[in-house]
Design a protein. Sequence first.
Length: 375
Amino acid sequence: MLLNQKYEIYPSDEQREQLDRWISYCRQAYNSALLDKQRKYKQSKESYTRFAMQKQLKLDKSKIPFLKKIPSQPLQEVFIRLDKAFVYFFRKQANYPRLKKYKDYNSITFPQFGFKPNSHHRYAASFATNGNLQLSKLGQIPIHLHRPIDGTIKQLIIKRQGTRWYAFFSVERQVYPAPINRNLVIGIDVGLDKYAVLSDGRSFDNPRFLRQTEKKLKRAQKKLSQQKRGSANYKKQVIKIRKLHEKVANQRRDTLYKWSHNLTKYYSVIAVENLNIRNMVKNKHLAKSISDAGWGMFRNMLSYKCERNGGLLIRVNPEFTTQDCSECGTRVKKSLSIRTHICKSCGTILDRDHNASLNILRKGLEQLDQMVVMD
Ligand SMILES: [Zn+2]
C-alpha cells in the first residue's frame, strides 16, 4: 500500500512565490477542465476524458506562455485529481466536483520521483547530492529529513499549510494483514456534545488546549470586527488570526492523529457510519458540527491506519442508527433535542449517541459476517 511521509521544507521567499504560482496554475487547469467537461456533457452527453484534457493542455501551452514555466507532470496530474473527484462522486462518497477556490487547492503532485530507471536522467523532482530537494524549473529546497524515508518513493506532493511548506512522499510498503479478531471490535458515532462516542461507553472530547485556542480565535475575530478596516492594528490582527487558525488546525490534526492511532493499534475491526455528505446536509445543525470537527479527516486517518495495521474499517448504512433500540431493535423516534434513548419495549435507557454507536457496531458485525461468506 501507499503511505505518506511528511517533512517540512524551507523554500526561499522567491521559491515560495513561484510555488504559489504553480499551485495557482494547477488550480486554473483543474477548474477549466471541469468547466469544459460540464459544457461538453451538456452539449452532447460526450464524456471528456483525461486524455482529451491532456491534449487540450498541449494546445493551451502553445498559446499561454506561463504554462511552460511549470514542469509538465504536475500539471498533467491535475486531471488525475479531477478523475478521482468524479469517481468519489459516482461512488456517492463525495459531492459533485466544484470549482476550486484558492483555499481549497494547496498542493502540487510530482507523479514520479528520483531518476528514470536505467539512466542518469532525473525526473522533475529528485534529491540533489547534498540532500536538498531538487525541483526542475525551481532549484533546490532545503528539507528537514527528521526520520528516514521507509520504502520506495512513488510520488512527491508539495503542500502549503498555512505559512509553512511540506513535502509528502508517497512510499510503497508491503503490509501483511493480521487475522481479523472478532473480539476486538468497536463502533464509533459522531457525538453532538462529545466529539465521538464509542460502543463501549467511552467518549472522546476535544482536549482543553484545543478548546482554549478556539476560544482565543473567537475573541480575536470579535476584536477584528471592532477595528478599522485597513488600519495598522487591523492588519496586525489579521496576521494574529491566521496564526491562530493554523494553531487550531494543527492541534486538531494532532488530536485526531493520537485518537486514531490508539484505536487502530488496539482494535481489529472499527465500524463507523458511511456518512454520505448529502445526508448530512439535510440536517444543517449536524452538518456544521461534523464539518467543524474534521470528522472526514478522522475517518481518513482511521481508514489508512486500519489498513496499515492489518485491521478493518467498516462503513455502515447510517439509517436509523439513532432511532433504533440497540437492545431490542424497536424504533424509537427522537428529535435532535432529545439526548437520551428511552425504549418503552425493553426498558433500555442509554445516552443517545452511545445507543447509536452500539447500533453501528452491530451493523458492522453483520457486514463483517457477509464479507467472510463472500470470501
Ligand atoms: Zn428496546
